[in-house]
Design a protein around this ligand. Structure first.
Ligand code: HEC
Length: 193
């Protein structure tokens, strides 16, 4: 009887099959072998890792003390102080006229950042309050109490929050020019004229 050898036509598909099976790994975190990794693995340092170059620092070096980013004007009036809120009201000047463009932008920003508490028309009936999610009724922005405040005082409340802290600071979310536009919208009847 003739001996049966594995011919090349059988070895190749068998080897391929074997390869397919052994290339499966159950570990989902294993990324597999890289044939040509090129730049897949970065040698960059971690931003907050300690630095072998600057022995006293992390990689992202701390800014020099007392410096501010370009274009940033540090806010000069302290939070949670009625004196400071009133001082802001006396000293800060709203740079905007109530024209259509300013009021339109003010409305957009008010609807995003204030309406859920103070209500779309400032009547203290925002959804967060009426739904019971926010436990305290916000101040109505249509009262003389608010309407008689100088623009700078409302700007201050947006920037630093209310004195009690019940309304939080919006200084990090809203750009100064948009804060002024919100103030303009609040002081001009909550409408785009
Ligand atoms: C999370 C709800 C909430 C949001 C959002 C909010 N407020 Fe208030 N706001 C309040 C509450 C509550 C008070 C009353 C706080 C107090 O008496 O300490 C208040 C008070 C005020 C006052 C009166 C401050 C004073 O001196 O008595 C003004 C003005 C005001 N908010 C404007 C705004 C504007 C403008 C925005 C949008 C940028 C805004 N608020 C966003 C809840 C909110």
């Amino acid at each position: 009887m003739k001996k049966q050898y594995l011919s090349i036509t059988k070895i190749v598909p068998l080897a391929a099959l074997l390869l397919i099976f052994i290339s499966c790994k159950r570990d989902n975190n294993y990324t597999g072998h890289a044939y040509f990794p090129d730049m897949a693995y970065s040698n960059a340092f971690e931003t907050y890792g300690s630095s072998p170059v600057y022995s006293d620092s992390i990689h992202m070096m701390l800014p020099v003390e007392g410096t501010v980013p370009r274009g940033m004007i540090p806010y000069q009036y302290a939070a949670k102080s009625f004196d400071e809120q009133q001082r802001a009201g006396r000293e800060l000047v709203n740079p905007y006229e109530p024209n259509k463009e300013v009021l339109q932008r003010g409305k957009e920003q008010f609807d995003i950042y204030c309406a859920m508490c103070h209500g779309p028309q400032g009547n203290a009936n925002g959804h967060l309050f009426t739904s019971g999610l926010f436990p305290v009724q916000p101040t109505s922005l249509r009262t003389d109490y608010v309407q008689n405040k100088p623009d700078g005082e409302i700007f201050h409340v947006i920037t630093q929050g209310s004195i009690s802290g019940l309304m939080g600071s919006h200084g990090n979310q809203i750009k100064p020019e948009d804060r002024w536009k919100i103030v303009t919208y609040v002081k001009n009847g909550f409408q785009v004229k």
